[in-house]
Design a binder for this molecule. Structure first.
Ligand code: FES
Length: 154
């Protein structure tokens, strides 16, 4: 399930934390970096490394939107539609992306390049409407900015 390199990275990470369990989130990032998402078998494998049940690992994976439980595209576009962004037309931004990409929220384009997600507050309320392309933030989004972003990412 997990490569030797990933297992070594995980063991190294665990050593850095005073309590093994506190390394769970960084370890899940490492697993996701290798597999692209965190499947049920991956949750079991991680649980074995931590002495946790698959359900305990799943509790964490399902709580955070940055962990994907199914394969995603090369670029995961996450649009915040929480209160500050909603007041700054986040729905328009989301609808524009749906139209431009030809997919609904939760779907991936047929070429595997983009996955579109709607997420809760990403801590960038002062720059609403905000979105992310993988781990990169984009602020004060407009249709023009989306056009430029997609052009760069394509
Ligand atoms: S409400 Fe969108 S970033 Fe906070």
């Amino acid at each position: 399930m997990l490569s030797e390199t990933t297992r070594a990275k995980i063991l190294e990470l665990i050593q850095k934390y005073p309590h093994k369990r506190t390394a769970l989130i960084p370890v899940l990032y490492v697993v996701q970096a290798e597999l692209g998402h965190i499947s049920e078998p991956a949750m079991t494998a991680v649980g074995e490394l931590f002495g946790l049940s698959p359900a305990e690992v799943k509790e964490v994976v399902t709580f955070y939107t940055m962990f994907y439980r199914a394969p995603v595209g090369k670029h995961v576009l996450q649009v915040c539609t929480n209160i500050s962004c909603m007041l700054c037309r986040a729905e328009e931004i989301l609808d524009y992306l749906k139209t431009k990409l030809g997919i609904a929220v939760g779907e991936t384009t047929p070429d595997g390049k983009f996955t579109l997600l709607e997420v809760e507050c990403m801590g960038a309320c002062e720059a609403a409407p905000a979105m992310q392309d993988n781990y990169d933030y984009h602020f004060h989004m407009t249709k023009e900015k989306i056009d430029r972003l997609l052009e760069i990412l394509r």
